[in-house]
Design a protein around this ligand. Structure first.
Ligand code: ACO
Length: 696
């Protein structure tokens, strides 16, 4: 049984990093302890480490050192080869690999990068290493620049070589195919490749091919004058700004880099303005050639601007600079999160990931890491794309999370707010929201407003709500968003990055109301610890629950945990375990436990119980030796909001655990609250969970 996969390409520039990132992303969602190993690395000299290792360790948060992730650098490999030390090379690679194989559940081995003339030698080295490690291989074939017939012939000949060397190939992935040839190539693969080898074809993606301004700055060895925050700007085109200003503007396309002599102040200012203008495409950046500095007044003007694209000064002349820019080959590096995500999404879109994982992962150890939990959640949310409303369109974090959610095809979105303001923010933040999957609505201008007001008034008039009050409230985005959910125009709502918890959930409590059979709305957090996920409830809604409410919270939390794949073992927390302590608060918890047992005898529950006895088997053995829950609790119910809210925050801050929530439970339709200190990832996770709740 193999616990590893080797990814290799047969020639240079195949875009293998896309496949490695995509595969890693699936595997970290399925396997607890995963290692990444590159037998031979290319270091870029100086302090520059191997870009693939750095990117993979950083992006996936792997618990592995840089040094453990490789055996040789390329120079060493050549040296030992020239000395005839092949055996030493292979032995070292095997022993470093074995070390990882022993310590981890799975190892992804990333074959040597093939570059230029040495490519055939490097491919044979990859074959030799894969054979000696005895692990199966995914072959990445470059489709760019070849006809479909040629790609297929190349692949068949490489498969023959691998078969001769007894290396088992599990999949062939053709990358960078001309979109027009994808279907033809797929059909050739289906007909001519061996039936037991999975195959897929990934088309060329412009966004992956285009370099960023950071890569351009490094390639031209320039001095960055402005725009440090926008170095991740993508460069799809470049033009020389030597012409008249009006002509230069006419030549602008989306994401253009302008190379212009440093004394063309008119072009510099106009391009900065074009970037800000709604009527012109986005400018990627500018290179000022010939070592010329812009005049002092121009520098002063630019310095005073809030948002400036990267402006780089180079010593080389315009022609030479353009030549260098044209030759830049884009790479994927750790800081370029959007490119990493795009690579992962592209891989997932064009590859049958389930079939691939089934082929390469033959056994899975038990347990759930935060990444595995998140991966499963995203996968489930994608199964039925739900429509979520985000009322706080004036918060940058919401817009950044929205882009991420849409790019991964997880949900459809409605964002509330003023269209002009949101569009300006999107431009400022460099974000693109696919218009097919998002709508922007300004509640006060919406044609639905009169109907929403009338409905709110009808629903709340016997609770002393006047028509005027309903009119005012419905202009509030939390009310408007909740009414969209009530009316079925959206499947769920996520809010609270700006508004308080009360503000966010009161409309839902007032008219979305509780599900049949549930009388209390409460909340849970998924606490993603290093090696497992716990459910904490209630940490956000009910300040002083009664015994009845505590019992409701426990039952709802257990049901939620089942829905999200966690087997519930409920601990009703208190400062007493079993019969050890007394007092009003202990009695409240004891009664709540009895109520759960009476209503839901199918649930495993223990209470009152202290936190240590709930989760630590050694303490549990001493304090409650007969309990089936003590020491293994997965659902922890706090006696009141003071305890719950502070405990979740304490665990989150002190252990670095990822806390997903609060997730409201018990409502007729899903509405979820964010904390005002939330990160983009928190928003992303909460929307994913809301979408899953909406499926049920
Ligand atoms: N379950 C079901 N219905 C409820 C609940 C509940 N838990 N709470 C209130 N309701 C209903 C009421 O019955 C009432 O219905 P009605 O008007 O139709 O009769 C309606 O909701 C409004 O009730 P109020 O008592 O006016 O509730 P209010 O809106 O004032 O407060 C709230 C509800 C916001 C949940 C309140 O309990 C609260 O403030 N909780 C604490 C929130 C908080 O600050 N959490 C900590 C921060 S969150 C974090 O750190 C992540």
């Amino acid at each position: 049984m193999s616990k590893a996969i080797y990814i290799a390409s047969s020639e240079s520039d195949s875009g293998k990093a896309v496949i490695t990132l995509g595969l890693m992303n699936i595997l970290v969602g399925k396997i607890k302890k995963i290692a990444y190993f590159k037998p031979v690395i290319r270091e870029n000299g100086g302090n520059h480490k191997d870009i693939n290792i750095e990117t993979i360790i950083d992006h996936f948060g792997l618990n592995i050192t840089y040094e453990d992730s490789y055996a040789f650098n390329y120079k060493e490999l050549l040296k030992y080869r020239s000395e005839g030390n092949n055996a030493y090379i292979i032995d070292t690679i095997i022993s470093k690999y074995k070390k990882l194989d022993d310590a981890y559940d799975f190892v992804v081995v990333d074959g040597m990068d093939l570059e230029g003339e040495g490519a055939s030698f490097e491919f044979s080295s990859n074959v030799e290493i894969a054979k000696n490690l005895g692990i199966p291989l995914i072959l990445v074939a470059k489709a760019d620049g070849y006809s479909s017939d040629e790609v297929t012939r190349n692949v068949l000949s490489t498969l023959q070589t691998l078969s001769d060397k007894e290396v088992r190939v599990v999949a062939v992935i053709a990358n960078k195919a001309d979109p027009a040839n994808v279907e033809e190539l797929k059909s050739l693969f289906r007909r001519l490749l061996p039936g037991d080898v999975l195959n897929s074809v990934i088309p060329m993606t412009r966004e992956l091919k285009s370099p960023t301004m950071k890569e351009i700055v490094e390639a031209v060895d320039g001095k960055l004058l402005f725009g440090e925050n926008y170095l991740s700007n993508r460069v799809d085109h470049f033009i020389v700004g030597a012409m008249q200003l009006r002509n230069c503007l006419l030549h602008l396309e989306e994401n253009t880099l302008i190379v212009t002599p440093g004394d063309r102040g008119d072009i510099i200012i106009a391009m900065i303005q074009a970037n800000l203008s709604k009527n012109y495409p986005k400018v990627a950046g500018m290179i000022l050639s010939g070592g010329l500095q812009p005049d002092e007044p121009i520098i002063k003007l630019v310095e005073g601007l809030e948002r400036v694209v990267p402006i780089v000064q180079v010593q080389t002349g315009t022609f030479e600079t353009v030549k260098i820019v044209g030759a830049v080959k884009s790479k994927i590096y750790a800081e370029n999160k959007s490119k990493i995500e795009l690579a992962i999404n592209t891989f997932e879109k064009y590859t049958d990931t389930n079939a691939l994982v089934d082929k390469i992962v033959t056994s899975r150890p038990e347990g759930m890491t935060p990444r595995m939990f998140q991966y499963e959640m995203v996968k489930r949310a994608k199964q039925a794309k739900k429509h979520i409303v985000l009322p706080e369109g004036n918060d940058d974090r919401i817009l950044i999370a929205a882009e991420k959610l849409l790019k991964q095809g997880i949900v459809k979105l409605t964002i509330l707010g003023k269209k002009d303001d949101i569009e300006a923010s999107l431009k400022r933040l460099n974000l693109e929201l696919n218009p097919a999957n998002v709508q922007i609505i300004n509640p006060s201008e919406s044609s639905d407003l009169p109907d929403f007001i009338a409905t709110l008034y009808e629903l709340r008039k016997n609770k002393n709500m006047s028509f005027d009050m309903a009119s005012d409230l419905m202009k509030d985005s939390a009310y408007f968003g909740t009414m969209m959910v009530y009316k079925g125009q959206a499947d769920g709502m996520v809010s609270g990055s700006i508004n308080t918890t009360q503000h966010t959930i009161r409309p839902a409590l007032q008219f979305v109301k509780t599900r049949p059979g549930v009388s209390t709305v409460s909340s849970i957090f998924f606490m993603c610890l290093e090696d497992r996920v716990l459910v904490f409830g209630d940490c956000a809604v009910i300040p002083k629950p009664t015994s009845e409410q505590l019992a409701d919270i426990a039952i709802s939390s257990a049901e939620s945990s089942i829905k999200f794949g966690i087997q519930p073992k409920i601990a009703m927390l208190s400062y007493s375990s079993g019969t050890s302590g007394e007092g009003e608060e202990v009695e409240k918890v004891r009664r709540a436990t009895e109520l759960v047992k009476a209503h839901r005898p199918d649930l495993q529950i223990e209470g009152p119980i202290q936190y240590d006895a709930a989760v630590d088997p050694a303490v549990a053995k001493k304090k409650l030796p007969k309990s089936k829950v003590a020491g293994q609790a997965t659902v922890l119910i706090f006696p009141d909001l003071n305890t719950g809210n502070n405990t979740y925050k304490a665990v989150q801050r002190e252990t670095g655990a990822l806390a997903i929530g609060p997730i409201l439970q018990g409502l007729n339709k899903p509405v979820n609250d964010l904390s005002r200190g939330c990160t983009v990832d928190d928003i992303f996770n909460t929307v994913v969970i809301t979408a899953i709740q909406a499926q049920q």
